[in-house]
Design a protein around this ligand. Structure first.
Ligand SMILES: Nc1nc2c(ncn2[C@@H]2O[C@H](COP(=O)(O)OP(=O)(O)O)[C@@H](O)[C@H]2O)c(=O)[nH]1
Ligand SMILES: [Mg+2]
Length: 277
């Protein structure tokens, strides 16, 4: 189901719909992955909503390293962009988000517009948009009434008095470049098969080596010795019994195991990208 997002035509439709959605809201909450805050943004959004209030949510903050999360927040604040941490596993982050929305909603109600603040959540695939919307909508009592002519099939949820959320997220295509491709693959933002899993795994292993983060791998894979990334992938394959006929190691399977472990958090909290210094 998810893979249908990947046909270019579907993505083009998603972008058109996003432009329509942006016309309906006061605030755009851009969801990015706290593990790869640079690669999970798409600068195109900035062009589409230059005149909108924007807020960046560093989502899956439970998966990024605390210290790096803080530095990313500081980086965005210093660039003059509103940014907050967000995670469905860290309810306090979502309380802060709602408090921030409440303040902005109150401001709008007191302005001459006198109407609720409307917002949309946007982001590239797999950053957690639907999960966050379900979480927020689940705790909100009220679906607001239909507003024919304005919403056209879209539904608003009243999150708190004076603040309404569009029920469908805006989908942005991920921006592919030599710098973003492996981080995007590692956070699951690309369709399976788009990037070679072995190369992605080797990139991830090299990153762990460069950061002196081999211990977290050794905790997960018994007997793993520090070595070149290619050799470590072979060791993981051997340790996990990824064998082909004639005793060869199934490196694709080893890579998939490593990437799945990273994706599910089995390697611990590991941020892939540091803010520019
Ligand atoms: N660790 C963690 N995982 C999350 C969080 N929010 C969503 N996810 C997971 O991220 C994956 C993608 O979420 P989904 O809502 O489908 O992303 P979407 O494609 O942006 O709508 C799912 O496996 C979610 O369970 C979060 O705050 N923390
Ligand atoms: Mg979704």
């Amino acid at each position: 189901m998810k893979s249908t997002q990947w046909y270019p035509g579907t993505m083009a439709r998603a972008m058109r719909r996003l432009e329509e959605d942006l016309g309906l809201v006061d605030l755009v909450a851009e969801l990015i992955d706290a593990r790869a805050p640079a690669s999970s943004r798409n600068p195109e959004l900035l062009r589409l909503c230059r005149h909108k209030e924007r807020l960046i949510l560093l989502h899956k903050a439970d998966r990024g390293e605390d210290e790096v999360n803080s530095r990313w927040l500081l980086y965005f604040q210093e660039s003059g962009v509103q940014a907050m941490l967000s995670s469905v596993h860290l309810p306090r982050t979502l309380r802060s988000f709602l408090n921030c929305l409440e303040t902005q909603g109150r401001r709008l109600r007191r302005s001459r517009l006198k109407r609720p603040l409307r917002l949309v959540i946007v982001g590239i695939p797999n950053v957690g948009k639907s999960t966050l919307i379900n979480y927020l909508a689940g705790r909100s009592a009220a679906r607001t009434g239909d507003q024919p002519g304005i919403t056209r099939g879209r539904q608003w949820f009243r999150l708190i008095p004076g603040v309404e959320l569009l029920d469908t997220p805006g989908v942005l295509p991920p921006l592919l470049s030599p710098e973003t491709i492996y981080p995007l693959a590692a956070i699951g933002a690309l369709p399976p098969g788009r990037v070679d899993p072995q190369q992605t795994a080797i990139w991830l292993l090299r990153l762990c080596l460069e950061r002196g983060e081999v211990a977290r791998l050794q905790r997960r894979y018994d007997g793993l010795q520090q070595a070149a990334p290619e050799a470590m992938l072979r060791q993981i394959g051997t340790a996990r019994g990824c064998l082909l006929p004639q005793g060869k190691i199934d490196l694709d399977r080893a890579a998939t195991i490593l990437l799945r472990d990273y994706g599910t958090g089995n390697l611990g909290r590991l941020t892939l990208e540091e803010p520019p210094s």
